[in-house]
Write a new protein. Sequence first.
Length: 705
Amino acid sequence: MSKDLKFARNIGIMAHIDAGKTTTTERILYYTGKTHRLGEVHDGAATMDWMVQEQERGITITSAATTTFWNYKSQLYQVNIIDTPGHVDFTVEVERSLRVLDGAVAVFCAVGGVEPQSETVWRQADKYRVPRLAFVNKMDRSGADFLTVVSQIQERLGAKPMPIQLPIGAEENFTGVVDLIENKAIVWFEDEKTKTTQYRYESVPASMVEEVKEWREKLVEAVAEYNDDLLERFFDDPDSITPDEITETIRKATIDMSIVPVLCGASFKNKGIQRLLDAVIAFLPSPLDVGAVTGVVPGTEKEVIRKPEASEPFCGLAFKIATDPFVGRLAFIRVYSGRLDSGSYIFNTRSGKKERISRLYQMHANKQNPIEFCEAGDICAAVGFKDLRTGDTVCDEKHQVVLESMKFPEPVIGLAIEPKTQADLDKLGNALYKLAEEDPTFQVHVDEDSAQTVISGMGELHLEIIIDRLRREFKLDINQGAPQVAYKEAITKSVEHRETFKKQSGGRGKFADIVVTIGPADEGVVGLQFVDEVKGGNVPREYIPAVEKGFRLALKNGVLAGYQLPSLKVVLRDGSFHAVDSDSLSFEIAARQAFRHACPKASPILLEPIMTVEVVTPEDYMGDVIGDFNKRRGQILGMESKGTARVIKAKVPLSEQFGYVTVLRTLSSGRATSSMEFSHYAEVPANIAKEIVEKSRGKELKEVD
């Protein structure tokens, strides 16, 4: 029998590194009865941090999925949870999780507030229109300030936070919360029998009556604004609005992203978790609330709708590929409509091929529980497929549909690697293929000039983890080079160019002649922008795709130092051909040569990745930190206070940031912390660009010798 999707929730836990996401997830698993002992991140025993690298570092690297159940108002609800990483190097894990989730819990540290990665994940949730609620964690920590975090959510994230709880006390005196909906205090206590933290209702403490009244009025007012009927009653008699009416309206406002309900607690001390679970059920959407998904029929622009019902044709999205040592390759699939049976065939709209799914699993971190089928609104892991990638739409072959895929950022840092023994060469190739399949922001290529294998990723930590996995999981001994910045090239002006390619080699020759204008692409265009303006058949139709292909391939190696061009506009204006000697290959070669000869005249420049860096430091070290940024070609964006510490924001070229964490520790006697994320590409100053180009050309000359 199909289950009622009204009683299902697909949620993610997201936050800045160290805000307490994994600890919060561990408590959720404990209180829902999924685990019977508390796993701690600092002991390396957290259920959801199952990778060795996660346990050693105490951070989440890969998103882990699990399913649990929670009883709310005498009704059992199924909750599918994805715990996501907080470190910016693993932002792809957050991106792909948010793409398939219906709601999210954003965890904030009561001391740190809204931190840089909180802003990144918030923007990602905005992009996929994921409703969320906020949980202000670590209320027991020194310096905890609930209302400051609420105002930061409003100012920095542009959201409309609405506290539905107020803390009773803070730091070591954090003993409970006041539920503003019920207008009652909730106080925690240690249950003697079960030795677990439980709660009981009490009346609001006398010292908080006025504050509670003020915030409850704000809550009722916000709710009333959202519902005309309640607004009239609010002006006549605010007390006539019932807790159930408030809850129902908050739910509607949360689902359409008008407000963000804010709760608080201390996950490590087991405080506030049960109420957080209640809020997940009460306010976050079910698959039915999210409604139908829209896709297009492959090869057409025709839109189709798939409702979240088991009776609809099957359609789902593969949002993650993982390799498991026991069951092999796993594809995590969010099923949007219909039903997927173990042993059945599915159609992959990207490859245009059928795939057999031999087994289905419900995941609990890295453990698999076999299931017979998976229905609309659920998340499962499939085994047995040959060619599935992240972002692929899978569907019923008779009812084909393509859902919106996912876009991932380009890597900004590279590293040359090689196996210590020649015998491991094939093994390394297979291992890198598997890792690149799992992680779309990890790329592998062979440098054409040096024949070295170069791996690229989102940051030093990202590549460090990859190398560690190659050594541990794949038992490979690796030599590695120094990290290299992923520079790009661009041209800054348009030039017209004629390229004639002739080759006589006895018998049939080669001939192609093209007239092109090469210049910067229009704003917002990525890759090659190719415009065909040939009149009168001077270049036959069948050769035009070859010209486009030649330019597309040429983009991979710029004319300055061989770096990729992110975009280019080519207008094919004219040309000529030879009835016997012309063919597609001749026109492709002519295009590549035209690129080589025209680009040096189009004022080419070198681009470098610029990072947004945020440093939190005691005031004593502020001058040293700013001075160090200036040495690194940094541009200070601003400074603000956060308690007794100072926050410095700057934009700094990535090439100047290698090993920065160690330098910062030295500058601040280990008391400052930093976080860094990719911002944009910008032109490299001429003197530095000259050095990079000379170094690159010197390397080429050496190899020629």
